[in-house]
Design a protein around this ligand. Structure first.
Ligand code: NAP
Length: 332
C-alpha cells in the first residue's frame, strides 16, 4: 500500500493557533472512480483565510471539519484517472491541499501548462493571490494613473503584487507597510516609492511622512490601526479596497479601531469589501497582462517554501507570524 500523509484539524483554536490544533494522519492512497483524478500534489498553499475556517462559525466558506483533512489550493501531477480531457501526466490546479495524494473530481481541477510558468506561480502571482491584487486594485478601488496608493501587508503574496501593478499601471506614488527591515528593503528594490515598518511607531505618523500629500487608494490587508491611518490620510473621493484584516484574525476581543470612521462622510470616501471569487470574469485579462509582465521581467515575485506535508502546520503558523516573504507554499 502507498501511504498518503495528510493533515487533519485536531481541535479548534481560541486566539492564536498552535501545532496541537493539527494532526498528521496516514491513510491509504485512494483509487479514482469515474470522473475522478488521483493527483500527486507537488505544492500546496497556506493562506490567511484558513484561520477563519478553523472556527466553527458561519462565513463565506464553510468551517474545516474536525478530524478530517484540511483543504485549500494545491497543484500536482495526475497519476491515475482520466476525465474531462485531463489525463495522467497533466498538471492540475485544485482545492485539495494539505495531503500528498488528492482524489479530485475532474470538474474541480484546472489543467495548467507547466512549461509556461513555474508551477508555483499558479498558486501565487498567476493564481488566487495575484488575481486578488489585480481585481482589488483595478476593479474594486478603480485606481487611476497619477494617483497615490497605499498598501498594507505589502511584502506578502497579495500586497507585493498590488504595489507592482500600481506602478505598472501608472500610479504616481506607491507606499507600502510591512513588518521587518528586510521586508522594507525588499519592497524598495521592487520599486515602491516609500516603505515603512509598522513596528517603528504609530502607523498614522509613518503614513503621513511617507505620503505627505495624502493617498487616493488604500488596499487593506491588515485592518485595525492601518485602516484608521489610511482613512486619516485619504484625500477627497478616496477609495479603499478592503481585502483582509489579518491583524484581527487571532483576536479574542473586537478591535477598537478605526475610530475616525466619521471622516468618510466629509471626504466622500468609499470603503468596499470584496472577495476574489466574485471577480473571476477578470481572470483571462489578468493572466494575459501579468504573464506578459513576467515574461518581460517587469514584475517580480517572492516565495517562501517549506518542505514536507508534516511541516504544513508550521508553514501556516509562520504565515500568521509574518515569517514569509511573498507567497508561503509547502512542497509536498
Ligand atoms: N478578499 C479576498 O478575496 C482575499 C483573497 C486573498 C487574500 N486575502 C487577504 O489578503 C491579505 C494578505 O493575504 P496573503 O495571502 O497575501 O498573505 P501574506 O500577506 O502573504 O501573509 C500574511 C502577512 O500578514 C502580515 N501580518 C500578520 N499579522 C499582522 C499584523 N498584526 N499587522 C500587520 N501585518 C500582519 C505578515 O507580514 P508582516 O511581516 O508584514 O507583518 C504576514 O506575512 C490577508 O488579510 C488575506 O486574508 C483576501
Amino acid at each position: 500500500m502507498t501511504v498518503n500523509r495528510e493533515i487533519h484539524l485536531a481541535s479548534r483554536p481560541h486566539g492564536w493557533p498552535t501545532a496541537e490544533n493539527f494532526r498528521l494522519v496516514e491513510a491509504e492512497v485512494p483509487t479514482p472512480g469515474p470522473g475522478q483524478l488521483l493527483v500527486r500534489n507537488q505544492f500546496m498553499s497556506v493562506d490567511p483565510y484558513m484561520r477563519g475556517r478553523m472556527n466553527d462559525v458561519k462565513s463565506y466558506v464553510p468551517p474545516f471539519a474536525l478530524d478530517a483533512p484540511l483543504d485549500g489550493g494545491a497543484i500536482g501531477e495526475v497519476v491515475a484517472g482520466e476525465a474531462d480531457g485531463i489525463a495522467p501526466g497533466d498538471t492540475v490546479l485544485h482545492g485539495l491541499g494539505w495531503r500528498e495524494y488528492a482524489l479530485v473530481d475532474a470538474q474541480g481541477a484546472r489543467k495548467v501548462d507547466p512549461d509556461l510558468a513555474p508551477v508555483t506561480a499558479y498558486l501565487g502571482v498567476l493564481g488566487m493571490t495575484g488575481l486578488t491584487a489585480y481585481a482589488g486594485l483595478l476593479d474594486v478601488a478603480a485606481m487611476q494613473p497619477g494617483e497615490t496608493v497605499f498598501v498594507s501587508g505589502a511584502a506578502g503574496a497579495v500586497g507585493s503584487v498590488v504595489g507592482q501593478i500600481a506602478k505598472l499601471r501608472g500610479a504616481a506614488r506607491v507606499v507600502g507597510s510591512a513588518g521587518s527591515p528586510a521586508k522594507v528593503e525588499r519592497l524598495r528594490a521592487l520599486g515602491f516609492d516609500a516603505v515603512f515598518d509598522y513596528h517603528d511607531g504609530p502607523v498614522g505618523n509613518s503614513l503621513r511622512a511617507a505620503a505627505p500629500d495624502g493617498i487616493d487608494v488604500y488596499f487593506d490587508n491588515v485592518g485595525g490601526e492601518h485602516l484608521e491611518a489610511a482613512i486619516g490620510a485619504m484625500r477627497a473621493h478616496g477609495r479603499a479596497a478592503i481585502c483582509g484584516m489579518i491583524s484581527q484574525y487571532n483576536a479574542t476581543e473586537p478591535p477598537a479601531a478605526p475610530r475616525n470612521l466619521g471622516l468618510i462622510i466629509g471626504k466622500r470616501i468609499t470603503l468596499r469589501g470584496f472577495l476574489v471569487r466574485d471577480h473571476q470574469h477578470l481572470r483571462d485579462g489578468f493572466e494575459r497582462e501579468v504573464a506578459g509582465w513576467l515574461r518581460e521581467g517587469r514584475i517580480s515575485y517572492d516565495e517562501t517554501i517549506v518542505d514536507g506535508v508534516a511541516n504544513a502546520p508550521d508553514a501556516f503558523l509562520g504565515l500568521l507570524r509574518g515569517e514569509n516573504l511573498g507567497k508561503m507554499l509547502v512542497r509536498l
